[in-house]
Design a protein around this ligand. Structure first.
Ligand SMILES: [Zn+2]
Length: 288
């Protein structure tokens, strides 16, 4: 069941859906322009959001920005036929995808090359109801390198390339007047080309960038939007973990011991599952 919400005065979202890996989509509506953040994973996904925006009487989208190239964020692009802003690497990768014939053999190759995963295959097959030939990929047509600002009329969106473990082309979008930062999947671990991994350097550098915005609301593509307090509370634990990994390297038991002490988790209590998994991702990052 799709869920929609006006999360700020000028920001409308379609929440993420786990079933077929649909990320959150957003529309930022200024006085003179509406900017979409991410295109969706399919035409059906894009249409569902467009119909919601129409019902709400939101100004029709004028342009789109992609947070990164991953299929779940970009394969709905063709449905919108809008000027689309993307980082150069995002544009390069999607140009490559646009020239492909989409079928199981293509997926096999992309998975073998570490550009997609088995999880991608099952999500894609579910989203496209088993018919991969329905996939249409278009390339973005406004390309930037480090940052680009978009004026929507009374609202400024600052788009900035940040990279990171998840995708080397990740960007964030800060809606300045609304104090809202869209993170895409930038803070997530790598998901393709081997086991999921975090590297301390990239992760901590990204956190510094994110904290520097001082945003009131932070939006990650596959979770619910969070207040600054909730987000910081959650992400600080990962920051502490990353610092323990820096200190102890592959000594997992030392990492766990010191992290427990910092977070005041007793030896008999289990570590929260997300942290337990994250330790594994950092270990994978060290093994790379
Ligand atoms: Zn992604």
């Amino acid at each position: 069941m799709s869920e929609f919400e006006r999360i700020r005065e000028h920001i409308y979202v379609m929440h993420a859906e786990d079933g077929t890996d649909r990320p959150l989509l957003a529309a930022v509506a200024g006085r003179s322009r509406t900017l979409l953040i991410d295109g969706g994973n399919s035409s059906a996904h894009a249409r569902a959001f467009r119909e919601y925006l129409e019902r709400e009487g939101v100004r029709k989208p004028d342009m789109m920005v992609l947070t990164h190239h991953h299929w779940d964020h970009s394969f709905g692009l063709a449905e919108w036929s809008l000027p689309t802003i993307a980082q150069r690497k995002t544009a390069d990768i999607l140009r490559g995808f646009a020239g492909l014939e989409w079928n199981e053999a293509t997926l096999d190759r992309l998975i073998a090359e570490g550009q997609m995963s088995e999880r991608t295959r099952s999500d894609m097959l579910a989203e496209y109801e088993g018919d991969l030939s329905r996939i249409r990929v278009e390339e973005p047509n406004i390309v930037f390198e480090r940052f680009i600002d978009v004026d929507l009329g009374g609202l400024t969106c600052e788009i900035r390339y940040v990279g990171g473990d998840h995708a080397s082309d990740s960007c964030v979008v800060f809606v300045k007047e609304e104090g809202t930062l869209f993170l895409g999947d930038a803070l997530a671990p790598s998901v393709y080309g081997g086991p999921m991994a975090y590297t301390t350097g990239k992760f901590l550098a990204l956190l510094d960038t994110v904290f520097a915005y001082g945003a009131d609301v932070l939006v990650e593509s596959h979770s619910r939007p969070a207040t600054r307090e909730a987000f910081y509370h959650d992400v600080r634990r990962y920051e502490q973990l990353a610092r323990q990994v820096l200190r102890h390297g592959r000594d997992r038991s030392a990492i766990e011991r010191d992290l427990r002490a910092e977070l005041e988790i007793g030896d008999s209590e289990p570590l929260p599952q997300d942290l337990e998994e994250a330790i594994g991702y950092f270990m994978n990052g060290l093994a790379k």
